[in-house]
Design a protein around this ligand. Sequence first.
Ligand SMILES: *[C@@H]1O[C@H](CO)[C@@H](O)[C@H](O)[C@H]1NC(C)=O
Ligand SMILES: [Zn+2]
Length: 592
Amino acid sequence: MSSPAFPPAYDEKKGELPQPGAQAPVQKRTRCMGRGLVKGLVAVLALLTCLHSLHIVNLHSCWVSHNAASDVSADLCPQASVVVPQKNGELWKSLGKTYDSDAFKARAVEWLGGAVRVPTQSYDKMGPIGEDPRWEVFPPFHDYLLKAFPLVHSTLELTKVNTHGLVYVWKGSDASLKPLLLAAHQDVVPVNPDTVDKWAHPPFSGHFDGERIWGRGSSDDKSGLIGIMSSIESLLESGFQPTRGVVLAFGFDEEGAQSIGKYLLETYGENAFLLLVDEGGGFANQFGGVVAIPAIAEKGYIDVRVEVTSPGGHSSVPPSHTTIGILSQLLVHFESHPYEASLNRGTPMYLYSQCLAAHTPDLPHKLRKALKKADKSDRALKEAQKELFKSKPFHAMVGTTQAIDLIEGGVKTNALPERAWAVVNHRIATDSSVDAAKEHDTALLKSLAQDFNLSYTAFGEQLTGKDAPAYGTLTISDAWDTALEPAPISPVDAPEYALLSGTIKATYNSYRELEGNDNIIVAPGIMSGNTDTRYYWALTPHIYRYNHANSGNGTALDHGVHTINEYINADTFYEMIRFFTTLILNADEFSA
Ligand SMILES: *[C@@H]1O[C@H](CO)[C@@H](O)[C@H](O)[C@H]1NC(C)=O
Ligand SMILES: [Zn+2]
């Protein structure tokens, strides 16, 4: 499960929230390119945090700007036009007015606050459903939804998948049209009991202070789930009947999403949906522009377990290296040989950079120049990469990363450790693969295995002579068999992407009473963590991790998604409801 990429954020230093309707403040052109760039990208690449620490980054996009700096060149990143409902134009406008009313806002706050007040924490390593009592948090949440959204429940067909997974089907009048698929997750990151007293408002209070809604799940991901439900309840109240079907998929943990994916595939078949929107990116101020960043890809994943064994014995007669000593050297070797990252043409991160070059007025001149030439010139591409990689988050998003996150070894000070192990977590570049990561790690440790006289097995393959005498063993493996390939990349030249882009622009404009195509740029991004969509790949090639959360100048990390004091700005939530409403209406009228 994961959480939005660009949730609401605020400037921590100032402690001020960006005003919802406010235009991105135009920053002064940066004098020092390196620092300015790093700052800008950190903001843009809002790291998505969620149960699985989703890190999202943005990528490409562009629109024709009339007031941007003269060296902006839109053709690097063509922008879709605003898309507003036509057939349902009046309904959309009148719903917009409803959404602006104080009465509706109070209702929206209550809808989300109420959902936060039903804790739905899910933990690692839970026992089976029906046995582990911790699953029993979900039925009360379902009861809440039933009470809060009566029209949704009397109109849509609800199927419970794997006990707690929720699939709602809103049938369209034209069954030949591929339905729209909207996803969110019901579960929330557990609250560490030791930190409860550090919350400004109790973690399951759903407290509204007039500006923000507080509590675990307020942002990740009940804002998405309740945003969708609020939209549909409101559409139903206004009498809307869809032509195109709408399907909602609300998972409750990894297994939940997996079973929902299987159910949808069996029920609808492959490539049966128009497009899929799940939690993920939002929009933020970047280099003097406002940039929306739907994630069109996710990095791959593998946890590599590195295990060293050797004969035990009493520590009074120790060998020069114990398993712990050897493991330490292997880990040092990992860290001194990070994966090389390279910004390759056509990758989402490359497209994202191109969009910044095309549409943001304050991108450092030198970088813009390099990016403009990068399509044709390898030298320019390297130059752009060098500048972009000055931002550590950007660098991390482009390449395969490694982080040693677990270690264990030894039982007693007078006994030699017979076994020591560690787990290295990798997030695999969108243009790489699980196999490439395995090969990389296998090769990396080869010489050390030899130096320490260890028999070496990597991912099931014995690499040293079976019978050759060895002091001990080195085994590397997929720690829990959870390796995941990078997600298929959703195409940005597809009409579905234009539909999403136009919807983002329409939402942004209508919320602020703006006109024109260029108030917000749409640039593709990626996530470094994984959403439920990893179980939905077969359902549609058009998967967007995006929920239109306003990040202002900040990132997801600013608003407590993983830690204490999670909140969402109420204005951000209202705008999310408008986004889902506009998406449903636009998709209803869409024809490719
Ligand atoms: C490796 O260890 C084994 C067992 O202790 C020993 O027989 C062998 O000679 C060692 N090989 C090397 C190259 O040190
Ligand atoms: Zn999440």
